[in-house]
Design a protein around this ligand. Structure first.
Ligand code: PLP
Length: 440
């Protein structure tokens, strides 16, 4: 019996190997990695250029503590990533994952506020549903009760506003009035809490697992920026899932041309080859913090040369193979296939997302948006059926009364049209099976 105690709803087989968009278990069964793990393996598995960059680096050194040595891979990766960031954000702090990137952003913002003589600013507003990480600081700004509730007295819960779930409220996502409606909830919350106490607002440009690829309505991201500027609130973009090209732009926020003050990045940055993340901040903010004695923060493994060499090779592969553009094109093609499934299955109440960050949601009634009863357990049952049929997808049932069962379909950015057909065919078969199992 395994000594590990990770939780899976159903027992999972032993992984043997992975290549491209496919994975095999030790019995020889093949799976399509239809969710890139947890939206991580963006460039697919076993990329030869990344593996050879890692092997070359391993032969040289796998670790050089950042306070003892500068390393070429970390310098080169910092140069490369800042060539992709919006102007003015060109200082990088490497970490080893998304939670660490978010924690770093929270602590950095706080230290920056102190340099500005604003010690009274400590609250970070976020949205519900949202997910920003598993550590206690990141949980304090996470709007997802199943993961936060058990730890409640251990963390100071921060103020939240609703995510812009226009499709549930029957509002038109393309109407700027809709964007304004939801963005103005931020202003109302800032006023309610006291503007002088608000340090930052954190937002996933396109919602991740907690909302199921929720795309903000027209004008929302721009209005959020305006409100933050008006009240001296820092704007943090959590690009942990959206960064790295998956949405069809390198950073998700590029779809709206909005520049934040701080970016948290991970997942597709290391693309499953190594644990890697980054907190990227405005140059003047970094200079202010360094000038006041430095950033009181750091992780032992952060910025290690092996991770940075792999990250650099990942970014080079994305660029050399036009994978961000492929994510945009294949995303449109997959979106169309999911929409045609929606036409066949009334149970599918919504299809949404951008690029290859796509999701569909099951509902008991499309008109009223009533979710399926929780006891149907559709979110885990459909994942299991698809898994049996050789397709890995990712699901959540977002509780809190506002959502139903949603499923992320996010294959690696190297996916082809023929492979999308395969994914759509397995989803179709899996939906038929789910329908046959549901009570009438
Ligand atoms: N932020 C977002 C938007 C995420 O989706 C996640 C993980 O799913 C995290 C932060 C936390 O990242 P990690 O699990 O690498 O710590």
């Amino acid at each position: 019996m395994s000594k590990l105690f990770y939780q899976t709803k159903s027992p999972r087989p032993m992984l043997d190997r992975a290549d491209g968009i496919y994975m095999w278990d030790t019995s020889g069964k093949r799976y399509i990695d239809g969710s890139s793990g947890a939206m991580v393996s963006n460039i697919g598995h076993g990329n030869p250029a990344v593996l050879s960059a890692m092997q070359a680096q391993m032969a040289q050194s796998t670790f050089g503590y950042r306070l003892h040595f500068q390393t070429e891979p970390s310098e080169a990766l910092a140069e490369k990533i800042t060539s992709l960031t919006p102007e003015g954000l060109d200082r990088v702090f490497f970490v080893s994952g998304g939670s660490e990137a978010v924690e770093s952003a929270l602590k950095f913002a706080r230290q920056y506020a102190l340099t500005q003589g604003e010690a009274q600013r400590f609250k970070v507003i976020s949205r519900y549903p949202s997910y920003h990480g598993a550590t206690l600081g990141a949980l304090a700004i996470t709007g997802y009760a199943p993961m936060t509730a058990p730890f409640d007295p251990m963390m100071q819960a921060m103020p939240k506003i609703p995510a812009p779930r226009a499709y549930l409220d029957g509002l038109d996502i393309d109407d700027p009035a809709t964007g304004r409606h939801y963005a103005d909830m931020l202003e109302a919350k800032i006023l309610e809490e006291g503007p002088d106490t608000i340090l930052a607002f954190i937002v996933e440009p396109i919602g991740g697992a907690s909302t199921g690829a929720l795309v903000p309505p027209a004008g929302y991201m721009q209005r959020i920026r305006e409100i933050c500027d008006q009240y001296g609130v820092l704007l943090m973009h959590d690009e942990v899932m959206t960064g790295g090209g998956r949405t069809g732009r390198f950073f998700g926020a590029e779809h709206w041309d909005v520049t934040p003050d701080i970016i948290a990045l991970s997942k597709g940055f290391g693309a499953g080859y190594v644990p890697l993340g980054a907190m990227i901040a405005r140059t003047d903010m970094v200079e202010a913090v360094l000038g006041a004695g430095g950033f009181i923060h750091g992780y032992t493994y952060a910025g290690n040369p092996l991770a940075c060499a792999a990250g650099l090779a990942v970014l080079n592969e994305i660029e050399a193979n036009g994978l961000t553009q492929n994510a945009a094109q294949m995303g449109d093609a997959l979106h169309a296939r999911l929409q045609s499934l929606m036409q066949r299955y009334p149970l599918i109440g919504d299809v949404r997302g951008k690029g290859l960050l796509l999701a569909f949601e099951l509902m008991a009634d499309r008109g009223t948006k009533e979710p399926l009863p929780a006891e149907f357990n559709a979110h885990s049952r459909l994942v299991d059926i698809a898994y049996e049929n050789g397709l890995i997808i990712y699901s959540r049932r977002t509780r809190g009364g506002i959502s139903g069962d949603h499923f992320l379909v996010c294959p690696p950015m190297i996916v082809t049209e023929a492979q999308l057909d395969e994914i759509a065919e397995i989803l179709d078969r899996s939906m038929q099976q789910l329908m046959s199992e549901l009570p009438a």
